[in-house]
Design a protein around this ligand. Structure first.
Ligand SMILES: Nc1nc2c(ncn2[C@@H]2O[C@H](COP(=O)(O)OP(=O)(O)OP(=O)(O)O)[C@@H](O)[C@H]2O)c(=O)[nH]1
Ligand SMILES: [Mg+2]
Length: 85
């Protein structure tokens, strides 16, 4: 909380799509946790991660869906997100 009260939160939802093994999960892990794994497991369905970045008098909140590149898993992921939202 700042001297002027609670900070304004700006929310952004991101959905990462792409072929398998192009580096979607690795990019998200680097962005959210600043980590890299040489042997990253393929994503099953989807992973959900968040990252808050303070900027001036507000907080930028990223809500990130990291989807699977394998066709079957990404199809299941879309079904889930369709029901979720
Ligand atoms: N050298 C190098 N390897 C990378 C880079 N990004 C990802 N990789 C490797 O590429 C492989 C696949 O990366 P993932 O991040 O799992 O790819 P993905 O797009 O999430 O794959 P799915 O989950 O199957 O859709 C992993 O073994 C990573 O370590 C990079 O920038 N440089
Ligand atoms: Mg992945």
């Amino acid at each position: 909380m700042s001297a002027l009260g609670p900070k304004k939160v700006l929310s952004y939802k991101l959905v990462l799509l792409g072929d398998t093994a192009v580096g979607k999960s690795s990019s998200v892990e680097r962005f959210v946790k600043d980590e890299f794994f040489e042997f990253q497991q393929p994503t099953i369905g989807a992973a959900f991660l968040t990252k808050n970045i303070p900027l001036d008098d507000c907080i930028i909140k990223f809500e990130i869906w990291d989807t699977a590149g394998q066709v079957f898993h990404s199809f299941m992921c879309f079904c889930f997100m369709f029901c979720y939202y």
